[in-house]
Design a protein around this ligand. Structure first.
Ligand code: HEM
Length: 529
């Protein structure tokens, strides 16, 4: 009874308290004090336990959340403001959803991460939780790196002169047809939501060329829905929960299995001889490829590689062509320069575009190049640290618990490398202008899929560097320039009210893109051209 008495004494005040405050209020109070405590401990830890042998940690109030919000809203603003803090410089660590991310910026940082040795840095451990359920088994990051290198070789060698030549014709036809049919381009003038409309056009042009006729024909109907469901696999929440049994992940898994079956059916039909090869595409090419050990590429791997190409190409190219048109609308005079270039080089009558013509239109290439300088679709590249890494020229060692983050878009926007970096000016790349340093980068290397420049000193690496460098660059340029040529011939573009402003960037996904709506006005060129 004595014990009961003590308990009653203790419970007494509590009982009184609960009589006045509701249970939710108690929970709120409890949570609040827990959060306050966590914040205090987190701040104290940062102030008291600085490890001089590790890169400085970006100050943050909340554990786990760390700098997730400031980084996620605008990674470039976050990178630039932190490198400006002298103690951080080009190497610092920040907390992203509970993970320690060590950022290494500028040319040295790009080189350190992108040209890192395979025993030091690893991509598949970081990317596969996200990409594996989208691409499927045994391709890209769901296999050892040596296998990825072979798969990249297959794709790179599949982009032959013959296929690239045919792609220019197919893409041109696709764009002309699109501009005739699309509801936003009826009449003599109008306006369109650039990012949305360009996403549609890119998927048609990429699928008609690289993916082949069967896939293109399915895109008007069921393939588009499958693509959308599969794409949900890259939604931001999947950085944390790629495996969670959420509706969008279930849809993703169904879409992947259906797509693998669709590609499998295409391959089997072609192998049976029921479909004749009329023009080259990547599926035909992969059907003929063999791994070094002599084995054919299995059907589910052909499917996985094709899905990966569709995803990689779609996000990067549709955002880039959208930025190109949005930028041109801020400087309509460049559109007239482009038309003048086409007339001067191809002829006043503007004959049908060919692959060889593309190399003869330098200003068109420069428009693409300059747009990628400011709007590289991949803002952050990540690698897992495999063994403690010493960063050259510092006292820092990056432990294996950290993830490395590279952002070549930072060096591309630094005034040390590009005068007036914020200005979009295709003419900064004019021959002889020579107004950025580090362009000449002679060091070459072959990872098994062709010789590429190492990019060791270049501040301009929108396609990455090292063993994971992009193999789609040539195809991307071809596609972007071909669409650009067609638009310049067909339309004058400008912003509503002649404004020189441009929409902001949506960084919420792995690939950045223009915020929508981004409305641009078009006016069809008359016959006088
Ligand atoms: C890799 C950019 C278009 C296929 C990469 C990487 C970058 C990049 C930065 C390196 C990623 C890393 O190191 O983690 C771009 C840009 C594009 C573009 C800016 C267009 C403007 C394409 C297209 C395709 C493609 C059209 C397919 C036809 C690939 C593949 C990889 C890659 C297969 C290799 C991934 C690896 O080895 O880990 N791209 N890309 N890309 N890209 Fe692209």
């Amino acid at each position: 009874s004595c014990t009961m008495g003590v308990l009653a004494d203790v419970a007494g005040p509590l009982g009184d308290f609960t009589a006045h405050a509701s249970l939710p209020a108690l929970v709120v109070a409890g949570t609040a004090s827990f959060v306050v405590l966590a914040v205090v401990l987190n701040v104290l830890k940062q102030l008291l336990f600085k490890n001089p042998n590790e890169p400085p940690l970006v100050f943050h109030w909340f554990p786990v959340l760390g700098s997730t919000i400031t980084y996620g809203m605008d990674p470039y603003k976050f990178f630039f403001s932190n490198r400006a803090k002298r103690q951080h410089g080009d190497v610092f660590t920040f907390i992203l959803l509970g993970r320690k991310m060590t950022v290494c910026l500028d040319t040295k940082g790009n080189n350190f991460i992108l040209n890192g040795k395979i025993k030091d840095v690893n991509a598949e451990e970081i990317y596969n939780p996200l990409s594996g359920p989208v691409f499927g088994k045994d391709v890209v990051y769901d296999c050892p790196n040596s296998k990825l290198m072979e798969q990249k070789k297959f794709v790179k060698f599949g982009l032959t002169q013959e296929s690239l030549r045919s792609y220019v014709t197919l893409i041109t036809a696709e764009v002309e047809d699109f501009l005739k049919r699309h509801k936003d381009f009826k009449g003599q003038k109008g306006a369109f939501n650039v990012p949305k409309v360009m996403a549609e056009l890119t998927i048609y042009t990429a699928s008609r060329s690289l993916q082949g006729e069967e896939v293109r024909n399915m895109f008007d109907s069921r393939f588009a829905a499958l693509y959308t469901d599969l794409d949900m696999g890259f939604s931001p929440i999947n950085f944390m929960l790629p495996w969670a049994p959420l509706p969008h992940n279930r849809k993703r898994d169904v879409a992947r299995e259906t797509m693998i079956k669709v590609y499998g059916d295409i391959v089997r039909k072609r192998r049976s001889g029921a479909v004749k090869k009329e023009s080259p595409d990547m599926i035909w090419h992969l059907m003929d490829c063999k791994y070094k050990d002599g084995t054919q590429v299995p059907d589910h791997e052909i499917a996985g590689i094709m899905i990966a190409l569709l995803m990689a190409g779609q996000h990067s190219s549709s955002s880039t062509i959208a930025w190109i048109l949005l930028r041109l609308a801020t400087k309509p005079e460049i559109i007239e320069e482009l038309l003048a270039e086409q007339k001067a080089i191809l002829g006043e009558d503007l004959p049908s575009l060919t692959y060889d013509d593309l190399q003869r239109l330098p200003l068109h290439a420069q428009v693409v190049k300059e747009t990628l300088r400011l709007h590289a679709p991949i803002h952050s590249i990540m690698r897992k640290v495999k063994q403690p890494l010493v960063i050259d020229g510092t006292n820092y060692t990056v432990p294996t618990s950290h993830t490395l983050m590279s952002s070549p878009g930072v060096s591309a926007q630094m005034d040390e490398h590009f005068p007036n970096p914020a200005v979009w000016d295709p003419h900064r790349w004019d021959a002889g202008a020579n107004n950025f340093e580090g362009a000449e980068d002679e060091e070459k290397i072959d990872y098994g899929w062709g010789v590429v420049s190492k990019g060791t000193n270049s501040p301009y690496l929108p396609f990455g560097a090292g063993r994971h460098r992009c193999i789609g660059e040539q195809f991307a340029y071809l596609q972007l320039q071909t669409i650009l040529v067609a638009f310049v011939r067909e339309f004058k573009l400008k912003n509503p009210g002649g404004s020189r402003d441009i929409v902001g960037t949506d960084y919420s996904s792995l690939f950045s893109k223009p915020l929508t709506p981004g409305i641009v006005e078009w006016e069809r060129r008359g016959k006088e051209l």
